[in-house]
Design a protein around this ligand. Structure first.
Ligand code: IDP
Ligand code: MG
Length: 139
């Protein structure tokens, strides 16, 4: 059953470039309610666990390095059809392939440094949300 929730991270490049406000504005304007949110920094162990599914990929080391180099904004978002609609809002993994007006088209530099994360299923949204937040931090 769809939970109507998804999980996102505004990745270190978005925080470094001062894009937090603009990206959150776009998320709110697209009808998502913020259920939980915090500025935090992932440790190497955190990033290795969060992205464990990619640990055999050639870019894994680069990905862990990137995701731990500075703070991120982690958030749980709520909207009808949240997972799919948020993936549409962020655009393709590679910003070169992302549709006009999507967050990655607007703010991502490359396939590696691509500004935002969005969960790819309801199941992963629940796992990823629970990775970053306790029940008491959700509204
Ligand atoms: P997604 O974030 O659009 O779901 P995934 O394929 O799940 O994309 O990859 C997770 C993250 O790993 C991407 O968002 C990106 O930061 C990084 N990544 C994916 N493919 C590459 C690549 O070919 N080179 C470098 N980094 C990559
Ligand atoms: Mg993914």
């Amino acid at each position: 059953m769809a939970t109507n929730r998804t999980f996102t991270m505004l990745k270190p490049d978005s925080v470094e470039k001062g894009h937090i406000g603009a990206i959150l504005e776009k998320i709110n304007a697209s009808g998502f309610r913020i259920v939980a949110m915090k500025l935090t920094q992932m440790t190497t162990a955190d990033a290795e666990e969060f992205y464990a599914i990619h640990n055999e990929r050639p870019f894994f080391g680069e990905l862990v390095e990137y995701m731990t180099r500075g703070p991120i904004v982690a958030a749980i978002l709520e909207k009808e059809n949240a997972v799919e609609d948020f993936r549409t809002l962020i655009g393709a993994t590679n910003p070169a392939d992302a549709a006009e007006g999507t967050i990655r088209k607007l703010y991502a530099a490359s396939i590696g440094e691509n500004a935002v994360h969005g969960s790819d299923s309801d199941e992963n949204a629940a796992i990823e949300g629970a990775f970053h937040f306790s029940g008491r931090e959700m509204f």
